[in-house]
Design a protein around this ligand. Structure first.
Ligand code: HSE
Length: 312
């Protein structure tokens, strides 16, 4: 095989109570990378589409080429690789856009090299990409984009990543209000010292959420989707946040929160139909208030990044 096309999905990080430790993948949107081997001896970005000219072609600065280069270096391989990146989701949206690109690049390179690494072994390289993109090597977007499903980062040092079960039918409504929130800025506004009472409430919720996944208890999942630490600060950056939460819950969502660092909001629902109606109601409310928005409805994507058909 001397070329491959890979799709990597958007992901919802934090999942309300699990700042930097919980995330899940959705089926769409997602980014694509087309990658081919060549004899140049170097990694190059030959095309970037869908980024409005915002991403660098410099291979040291572009997240995709940087993580691929780092993978090659770790394997001691000097291989020429040409990359075409097709961005299909917005920047600064909270949908894990940079993670999807890095994951697609890594999976493509790993395929072309004959799968020298497992997906789990690719994870630290994807985290390096996160650091380059937003200054912090968190894994709650890259891990689900790479591994699929719902993922817990139990520990960063040493890295300990656990795939969690997901109740049948669990679905997600995603609504992206068209404002941009850079992740770095959204991380800088969070308090780094938190009261013990908040910590107790938060880790109770993380435990409850995970127990709900294991026991197929949608009510427990829903009532555990409470974030008393990060959401109260970040929601101020998101137009009509409280109103959208109220509407989502009135329309039978299990729980509602900020996707990643926002501004996208998400609602977990017990069925795809409920998720669709929640998405429609929230989307309409934003539009009534003069705010452009895009919505997506998806079940949890258990597969994660995948090789897709299609030549260049
Ligand atoms: N856990 C990260 C955050 C996800 O909330 O800042 C966004 O990349």
């Amino acid at each position: 095989m001397d070329s491959v096309r890979v799709f990597a999905p958007a992901s919802v990080a934090n999942v309300s109570c699990g700042y930097d430790v919980l995330g899940f993948a959705v089926h769409h949107p997602g980014d694509e990378v087309f990658m081919s081997l060549n004899s140049s001896g170097r990694v190059s970005l030959d095309l970037i589409e869908g980024d409005d000219g915002r991403l660098p072609y410099d291979p040291a600065k572009n997240t995709v080429s940087a993580v691929v280069f780092s993978l090659l270096k770790s394997l001691g391989i000097e291989q020429g690789i040409g990359i075409k990146l097709y961005k299909k989701m917005p920047f600064g949206s909270g949908l894990g856009s940079s993670s999807a690109s890095a994951v697609a690049g890594l999976l493509a390179a790993n395929e072309l090299l004959g799968r020298p690494k497992t997906r789990m072994q690719l994870l630290p390289f994807a985290m390096e990409g996160e650091k380059l993109a937003c200054g912090n090597a968190h894994a709650d977007n890259v891990a689900p984009a790479l591994l699929g499903g719902m993922v817990l980062i139990r520990s960063y040092d040493p890295l300990d990543v656990i795939s969690l079960p997901v109740p049948e039918g669990l679905s997600c409504a995603l609504v992206y209000p068209h404002v941009e929130i850079p992740t770095l800025a959204a991380r800088q506004i969070i308090r780094t010292n938190i009261p013990m009472t908040s910590a107790i409430r938060q880790w109770g919720n993380v435990g409850g959420f995970i127990a709900g996944l294991f026991t197929n208890d949608n009510d427990l999942i829903g009532r555990s989707m409470e974030d008393v630490i990060v959401e109260p600060v970040r929601k101020m950056l998101i137009p009509h946040f409280d109103e959208m939460r109220e509407l989502a819950m009135e329309n039978k969502a299990l729980g509602f929160g900020i996707s990643g660092s926002g501004p996208t909001v998400f609602a977990l629902c017990s069925t795809r139909e409920t998720a669709r109606s929640v998405a429609c109601v929230l989307d309409a409310r934003l539009k009534d208030n003069g705010i452009g928005s895009t919505c997506y409805v998806s079940q949890i994507n258990m597969e994660g990044a995948r090789v897709v058909d299609g030549s260049d």
